[in-house]
Design a protein around this ligand. Structure first.
Ligand SMILES: Nc1ncnc2c1ncn2[C@@H]1O[C@H](COP(=O)(O)OP(=O)(O)OP(=O)(O)O)[C@@H](O)[C@H]1O
Ligand SMILES: [Mg+2]
Length: 302
């Protein structure tokens, strides 16, 4: 995959491995007395797969909007604190500049489509940046291949299913080669099978192509075992953050209605019996753990 040229650090203490840093961020939408985000601190390293979750209205989309400068440049309001994207202070850089580093995929793909055909949709951004036709053609082929949608190349946009359209949007963003991809509830309008299929591609983009992925998602079952970090928001604040194995065990998640995937939930209920062990995230991990404790007789009560 095409790697973007690294920007030199513009701040003294910025670590070059850091993709995004949020410092003491509080944001009030214009005219609002209640902040949509309150004192957020967050660091995301290059190559991470980060899940943001939380109840409706907890500030997930608002936080994502700061990553490509939509806040504070498009959504007006009062912003305290700082957000840095690869060392660039978002307050000082336009959405256009930041979009070269951060690609954003929204919940409603229809609102993001600019052209009529799949090929044109992917070519659009590249043409605007003045790439020669042979480079554009190569990139189209490449991103269609990455997203597993070569067969859609000559289709008309309105013939696509919701899942196919989301993949085309992602392909058009990948073609611009951003280092960071932000997905804001990308599967909310998909059936379970299409959603799972789509989520697999978000993992592929991260694991095979090294992109930093930040995803707002409620369907945690599949992606949780690939995530390096989970951020849980409630009422504009981070209420839990860190390694999924640790965060999923915190009682606050159930209190605020986050649906914990079945395997870690079962383990949480069994935790009293298995105080020794690291939280399993998948069926395979759970089976291996249970096999081990049964063989060793190391569950409590023996
Ligand atoms: N453009 C806006 N102007 C004013 N207030 C807004 C705007 N967008 C969001 N808000 C408010 O900010 C708070 C956080 O909203 P946000 O959309 O970030 O939540 P969310 O976690 O993404 O919710 P959902 O899961 O429903 O998408 C809410 O109180 C919401 O009403
Ligand atoms: Mg939202």
């Amino acid at each position: 995959m095409y790697r973007a040229i690294k920007e030199p650090s513009k701040t003294g203490d910025f670590k070059m491995t850091e993709a995004i840093r949020v410092e003491n961020l509080t944001f009030y939408y214009e005219g609002e007395v209640k902040p949509a985000l309150k004192n957020i601190n967050l660091s995301i390293n290059e190559g991470e797969y980060v899940i943001i979750t939380g109840p409706s209205g907890s500030g997930k989309s608002t936080l994502c909007r700061t990553f490509n400068g939509l806040i504070p440049h498009f959504y007006k309001g009062k912003m305290e604190g700082e957000v840095y994207v690869k060392g660039l202070r978002v307050k000082e850089h336009s959405v256009r500049e930041l979009s070269k580093i951060v690609g954003m995929v929204f919940q409603e793909p229809e609102n993001q489509v600019l052209t009529l055909s799949v090929k044109d949709e992917i070519a659009f951004g590249l043409e605007n940046l003045g790439y020669p036709p042979n480079v554009i053609e190569d990139r189209i082929e490449h991103v269609l291949d990455v997203m597993g949608i070569k067969h859609l190349k000559n289709k008309v946009i309105f013939e696509l299913s919701g899942g196919e359209l989301q993949k085309v949007i992602v392909a058009s963003i990948l073609a611009m080669n951003p280092d960071i991809l932000v997905f804001d509830e990308p599967t909310s309008n998909m059936d379970p099978k299409s959603a799972l299929d789509f989520l697999k591609y978000t993992v592929k983009i991260n694991k095979e192509y090294g992109k930093t992925v930040i995803i707002v998602e409620h369907r945690l079952d599949y992606i949780i075992s690939y995530a390096s970090k989970i951020v849980v928001l409630n009422d504009g604040e981070i209420v839990a953050i860190g390694n999924p194995r640790k965060v999923l065990m915190e009682d606050i998640l159930e209190d605020i209605g986050i649906s914990i995937p079945q395997i870690p939930l079962l383990f949480k209920k069994l935790k009293r019996l298995l105080p020794c062990c690291e939280t399993p995230l998948t069926i395979e991990e759970a089976l291996s753990l249970l096999g081990r404790v049964i063989a060793e007789g190391s569950y409590r009560g023996t």
